[in-house]
Design a protein around this ligand. Structure first.
Ligand code: ADE
Ligand code: ZN
Length: 326
């Protein structure tokens, strides 16, 4: 109980959150009505009932369907503002947000509409709530290299609003190597880089993310624990991992939170952080993710502080500062 007061009151950072994954069913219905879109669900309860996933692809199918209600700049603003309001209530002071432009441009919504709506909310989030933020544009890995290059091209005229590029969507069968050239071009253009790897995919994909994509931070990375040499390398390179407990519970085969690897990662000396991934789909934001692991894993105040410290240290704001000091 004491620990709960500690982590809820603690200023927090979030480094792994897909803004489209923060679309709560209530807002989904509101936007569907506003845009005259017919949803395949009658009620908010029906939507929540459909959120019963057995793997990543199961979730992604519903996630891409859900984002179909986002049409106008105001929709993207409202989505982002709802997220910022929620996390302000949880003492999150800095957030690094993923967005999936291809999930929108492929439906005829322009890149400008997406980035303008999200960015306007983020600017207001700083003014109104004092929440600092960064934006990370993800490439959908189930789509082609060419499509990723076309997306990178569109991002270039918005470089002032986007700090980094990432890689998400269906992991198995879409290894990081598929995007080696796109990431090289993105890094050349000055973007930082992250990638989802080792969420469902094998340790080899984590090696590829490190060696071929030259990532600055690793998203998930759970399956790296299967390879001792890889763990040692992540420790030596001080590579941060953005771990998402409730997401792993719903998608990645962690069926009992007492088996979740987060505490083990910290005890091994890995720079793990705690994040919500897709909070509207997996049952919670930052505090709920802390709640999901702290007691089941017997975590201490020191573990919680380590997560907070790692989040600050692994933030792109810190990464940029360290690069400038070199
Ligand atoms: N897109 C949104 N959430 C994701 C996740 N957990 N893994 C891969 N792609 C995603
Ligand atoms: Zn994710």
């Amino acid at each position: 109980q004491d620990l709960k007061a500690f982590y809820t009151g603690m200023p927090k950072t979030e480094l792994h959150m897909h803004i489209e994954g923060s679309l709560e069913p209530e807002l989904m219905f509101e936007l569907a009505a506003r845009n005259n879109i017919k949803l395949p669900f009658a009620t908010v309860e029906d939507v929540r009932k459909a959120y019963d996933f057995s793997n990543l692809q199961d979730f992604l199918d519903i996630y891409y369907q859900g984002m179909g209600v986002l049409i106008t700049e105001q929709d993207f603003y409202d989505l982002t503002w709802a997220y910022l309001t929620k996390i302000h209530g949880q003492n999150v002071v800095h957030t690094e947000i993923f967005f999936d432009p291809q999930g929108h441009t492929d439906r005829g919504v322009s890149f400008e509409t997406v980035i303008t709506g999200i960015s306007r909310a983020l600017e207001e989030g700083l003014e109104t709530y004092g929440i600092s933020s960064r934006l990370i544009m993800c490439f959908l890995r189930h789509l082609s290299e060419d499509a990723a290059f076309a997306t990178l091209e569109q991002a270039l005229s918005h470089k002032d609003k986007i700090t980094g590029v990432g890689l998400d969507s269906s992991e198995q069968g879409h290894p990081p190597s598929k995007f080696e050239r796109v990431f090289a071009a993105a890094k050349e253009a000055g973007f930082l880089a992250v990638a989802h790897a080792g969420e469902e995919g094998p340790p080899d994909y984590v090696y590829e993310a490190l060696d071929l994509l030259k990532i600055d931070r690793l998203d998930h990375g759970n399956r790296a624990l299967e390879d001792d040499a890889l763990v040692q390398r992540l420790i030596t390179e001080n590579m941060a991992l953005t771990v998402c407990p409730l997401s792993n519970y719903h998608l990645a085969g962690v069926s009992d939170m007492r088996q979740h690897p987060l505490r083990k990662m910290l005890d091994l000396g890995l720079k793990a952080t705690l994040n919500s991934d897709d909070p509207a789909y997996f049952g919670g934001y930052m505090n709920e993710n802390f709640e999901a692991v702290v007691e089941p894993l017997g975590m201490t105040r020191e573990h919680i502080l380590a997560l907070a410290r790692n989040g600050i240290d692994a933030s792109f704001t810190s990464v940029v500062q360290k690069q400038e000091l070199q």
